[in-house]
Design a protein. Structure first.
Length: 131
């Protein structure tokens, strides 16, 4: 583990970009798993009052996961255009984590806060130097 940690250079813009891309992929996987849960619930739950509202949530989660994945690939390729949307989405996630804290979901809120905050820091840190 020491050898692996010695290879990580946080001063390198490429490493910070890779970290941001990895965090965005992680977020996309979480959203996809939530999407799969909603799809399964749509078929097996008997007490779903409004299936059209659930379908809207499924579409929203699918599009959100696709956007997060595209942003991650943009960071991986060092494109500059992906930085602002990634920061915006994760600032929204930070707001969502405060609602989780308010509802008593402390562990989920803390994990959401830490991942979103880390992604914002990583995304902002890859700002290119002026020439």
């Amino acid at each position: 583990i020491g050898r692996i940690l010695s290879m990580i250079n946080l001063q390198s813009r490429a490493w910070r970009s890779t970290i941001a891309a990895s965090l965005l992929i992680f977020e996309a996987l979480v959203v996809i798993s939530l999407d799969a849960y909603l799809i399964i619930q749509n078929f097996i739950a008997d007490n779903v009052d409004d299936r059209h509202a659930l379908l809207g949530e499924i579409i929203y989660a699918t599009v959100g996961a696709a956007v997060l994945t595209l942003l991650a690939f943009g960071f991986h390729k060092n494109n500059r255009a992906q930085r602002s949307p990634a920061v915006l989405i994760n600032l929204i996630f930070l707001g969502v984590s405060t609602y989780m804290f308010g509802e008593g979901l402390w562990l989920l809120g803390l994990v959401t806060f830490l991942v979103a905050g880390s992604t914002v820091v990583a995304a902002v840190s890859v700002i290119p130097e002026k020439k």
